[in-house]
Design a protein. Sequence first.
Length: 296
Amino acid sequence: AMSVFAKFKPGLGHDGRGLYGTLTDASMLRMLGGLGPLTGTTHVDIGAADGKVMLGALALGADRSLGIELAGPALGEKFSAMRAKLSTSLDRDLNATLLCETDVADLGPSLDDWLRDAFDAFDTDGDVKVTAVWHGFTVESKECVLEALARSSTVSTFCLVGPKRKDYGKADDVFAFFSRIGVPLALVGDDKATLAGGEQYRILTFRIPRPGASSSGFDVIIVVSLWRDHRQPCFAEAGDGVRRALAVQSDERREETIRSTTKKARAEEDDVAFDRRQVEGDAAERVASSERRRRP
């Protein structure tokens, strides 16, 4: 899929790996891998640009891929040509549509509404997995996406990619948003991402528990509960199914989860401390260099 992508004129901002705001191939693979198996699912990419992530999802087995993009129709035309080329390479039909000139703020309250309104004859039966790279999103647009995900009845898993220090760049910010709506949420992945321009982002992968989910799904909810047990649970209204799942977890499992999440939190604190020391070191070096130049 990426060989096909590389053969087409990339457009403004290309540095050999994609448009500004595009994930590198390795980062895109990590993001899509975090969604779990794509076979038999519908993939939705919000802020799809020229459809690079959509091509990747199709190549990994998604039944169909639907993209929403604010920019003009030229990107849609490019994607259609790339999809046709990839279809020939894979020797199978590819069900994919990139809808351009579409502002998420103008769409309905849930992602299911978006897809029914924006794509002809969309059937929301089945599993929907969503990706969104926050590059260029306003806060309003981010909140529209989060609310649409929270109110969907079909989205099982979604990935958000953005800078950690910006709005909704941290898992806690997303948990708080879902908590206000009263929807349970589980963090199942936190990884690094690199954009084509070299920017360093985070890949946050979440799962929305659904009625009738397997016990393995409840295990993930337990992890989030214990990670956030010092705060108001973000899934307080999840119902008896979650409470029953919580009740059967062993003390050993709880302790293991606490150790794991504590280790992760300390690692994040170390990353922040390292960044701070690096900035302070750079500043000190600039001051020293300036003083050396002033000496006779």
